[in-house]
Design a protein around this ligand. Structure first.
Ligand SMILES: *[C@@H]1O[C@H](CO)[C@@H](O)[C@H](O)[C@H]1NC(C)=O
Ligand SMILES: *[C@@H]1O[C@H](CO)[C@@H](O)[C@H](O)[C@H]1NC(C)=O
Ligand SMILES: *[C@@H]1O[C@H](CO)[C@@H](O)[C@H](O)[C@H]1NC(C)=O
Ligand SMILES: *[C@@H]1O[C@H](CO)[C@@H](O)[C@H](O)[C@H]1NC(C)=O
Ligand SMILES: *[C@@H]1O[C@H](CO)[C@@H](O)[C@H](O)[C@H]1NC(C)=O
Ligand SMILES: *[C@@H]1O[C@H](CO)[C@@H](O)[C@H](O)[C@H]1NC(C)=O
Ligand SMILES: *[C@@H]1O[C@H](CO)[C@@H](O)[C@H](O)[C@H]1NC(C)=O
Length: 540
């Protein structure tokens, strides 16, 4: 081992690390900083341009990041209760930006999110990720059967415990505390961030929250409800075969594209579209594979309209324009495991629970039991983030077909309602951005600009990407924007989203750029402007 210490290189972006030294990348460096319930599983030095991950034994995140900066990789096992434990990993880059970042997970996935951690390390963050206490793919909830402690790890405890321990390991390695702590996560990752902010607002100075699955008790039950709605024919409803989704998408685009004032193939104001359903109705002489029966149109309305359970809003409807992603929660002949898995293994502990027995009272049961205390409905608690000087950037793709976009708007409005001064004051520390045309966390089926270095986005490009290639600045990169807001007070008045000619290849050249605007502002095209140019738009 030895006590050799290397002097940190002088870093332009991180003046505070100058003169400090980093410790050996060895078990001894970290051991004494661990609480008694944690054990080091491995410590490994990774050379510049190296790779590190678990590969196929990590069924949730099998991709192994490449082109890593030189770093120290630490994996820790934490006993969280007599019947549960979680693991987390920490990347400690030699060229440290003096900050800490924790990244989130997706769905019910149990696994260390190596690829998003690696993205963080490329910026220079000490970056951590937890497996949330189990080992599973994203739609598999079987691990939760009669395991309330594992559910608590998944609900919030693993994210919190990881932050606390990883921060102290970070301090042990660099011999100084991180100056700022950040969080970045989408979907379940978004929920994890909001939940941590509600329970432990001191943990993060800034949170980047994408398409949060915050309303667990409603979202998972809605997933069963809507999956069941389209799984089979029922009274008054008829299943819409997935082969009709593109037909619906085309008619929606035809009728709704211009509702936002610009015909550009991107639906930016889905709520303002007065959709004429009858345009899709089967009539004599019409191609019967490209139209919907009245009973199917009834199903279609239920998809777009809010779901009320026993008279209360359970979930806003899916947006018009989300059809390209419907396969996951609407396409099957039975509901997705993200729905049925919740009732079977989280709520009722009954693997034989049949989705055909779904009823609206289950939403209320879910609210009451709230397995793992996962639901991030602590609206009033969010202001503790403001009180500690923290900032939140939240966004949601308007073409999300897995989590209704309206659930994020609802969340934001609830927090505004719980904030003195409402929306106007909320904007001072918490901003929400719709992303027109973007699907769930990343990508766009209609060629809309969708990339702004949000969580899960860089891994869509490659196992070595990070930030926004050629535009690595706070105007185009949401994480850099968040940092500037937290550290310099530079409010985020817009984030420019980018798309490329070849969707996942920045080398192919920029196709479109457009600002995302803080709610309730919208991007407005200047008269005569080129809608593919960011400068042609203003947020108003
Ligand atoms: C980095 O590693 C990759 C293999 O992962 C290799 O193809 C490439 O040449 C390396 N680049 C440098 C600069 O060493
Ligand atoms: C996760 O479970 C799979 C089997 O489903 C197994 O192959 C793999 O080794 C496990 N991974 C870990 C990290 O325990
Ligand atoms: C982590 O610790 C728990 C005990 O709390 C143990 O059951 C589990 O096997 C350990 N995991 C690993 C990967 O060592
Ligand atoms: C009928 O619609 C289907 C689905 O859009 C299409 O594939 C097919 O070519 C159409 N047939 C005719 C005769 O237009
Ligand atoms: C709804 O389903 C739950 C769980 O299966 C059951 O306990 C309850 O009795 C049902 N309620 C109604 C009104 O059918
Ligand atoms: C609000 O925060 C407190 C801790 O400060 C916590 O005990 C409570 O559970 C939180 N409530 C919600 C709904 O998140
Ligand atoms: C804060 O502002 C300074 C001076 O303009 C700049 O050098 C620094 O990069 C900014 N910090 C962040 C996190 O944006």
């Amino acid at each position: 081992m030895g006590l050799t210490r290397r002097l940190l290189p002088l870093l332009a972006a991180a003046g505070s690390t100058v003169g400090t030294s980093i410790s050996d990348c060895s078990v001894g460096t970290f051991e004494q900083s661990l609480p008694s319930n944690a054990r080091i599983l491995s410590v490994a030095h990774v050379a510049q341009n190296g790779s590190y991950g678990e590969g196929r034994s990590n069924i949730a995140y099998p991709d192994i990041p490449s082109a890593l900066p030189e770093l120290c990789a630490v994996v820790v096992n934490v006993t969280s209760s007599p019947s549960s434990s979680f693991r987390f990993a920490l990347f400690l880059p030699t060229e440290w930006n003096s900050r800490f970042l924790e990244v989130g997970n997706g769905g019910f996935a149990g696994g260390i999110n190596w690829v998003d951690m690696a993205v963080g390390a490329r910026y220079g963050f000490a970056s951590a990720s937890t497996d949330t206490g189990h080992n599973s793919t994203t739609a598999d909830g079987t691990w939760a059967l009669n395991q309330p402690e594992k559910l608590t790890d998944w609900g919030w405890r693993a994210i919190h415990g990881t932050a606390v321990i990883a921060k102290s390991l970070t301090a042990a390695y660099y011999n100084t505390q991180a100056t700022y702590s950040y969080y970045s996560g989408c979907s379940t990752g978004g929920r994890q961030g909001l939940r941590e902010a509600q329970l432990h607002p001191e943990t993060f100075d800034g949170l980047l929250v994408g398409a949060p699955a915050w309303w667990t008790s409603h979202l998972q039950t809605w997933t069963t409800w809507i999956g069941a709605l389209n799984a089979q024919d029922s009274q008054g409803h008829q299943r819409i075969d997935p082969s009709l989704f593109p037909v619906i998408a085309a008619e929606i685009m035809k009728q709704c594209d211009a509702a936002d004032g610009v015909e550009d193939g991107i639906i930016s104001a889905p709520d303002e579209c007065k959709f004429n359903y009858r345009a899709l109705e089967c009539r004599a002489g019409r191609n019967s594979s490209a139209c919907l029966t009245r009973a199917q149109l009834s199903t279609l309305r239920s998809i777009y309209e809010p779901y009320f359970a026993n008279g209360k809003l359970a979930m806003p409807g899916l947006n018009k324009g989300s059809e390209a992603e419907w396969q996951v929660v609407l396409g099957g002949t039975e509901p997705n495991g993200l729905g049925t898995g919740y009732e079977r293994y989280f709520l009722f502990n009954d693997p034989n629970w049949d989705w055909r027995d779904y009823n609206d009272s289950i939403v209320e049961i879910a609210d009451k039991l709230n397995p793992g205390s996962a639901t991030a409905s602590g609206f009033a608690n969010m202001s503790a983030v403001r009180d500690r000087g923290g900032k939140i950037l939240m966004y949601h793709g308007m073409a999300d077909g897995l989590i209704p976009t309206g659930s994020s708007e609802y969340f934001y409005r609830q927090v505004a309602a719980a904030t003195k001064g409402g929306l106007a004051h909320l904007r001072e520390w918490f901003r929400f951005f719709f992303v027109p045309g973007m699907g769930h966390c990343s990508g766009s089926a209609v060629g809309a600009p969708w990339y702004f270095a949000g969580p899960n986005q860089a891994p869509r490009l490659s196992t070595s990407a990070y930030s926004v290639p050629e535009y690595q600045d706070r105007r185009h990169d949401a994480l850099l924007a968040l940092m500037a807001w937290v550290e310099n007070g530079t409010a985020v008045d817009s984030i420019v989203a980018t798309s490329w000619k070849s969707p996942s290849d920045p080398g192919s050249g920029v196709a479109r750029q457009r600002p995302l605007c803080p709610y309730p502002q919208k991007a407005r095209l200047e008269k005569g402007g080129d809608n593919d140019e960011a400068a042609a738009w203003t947020c108003r």
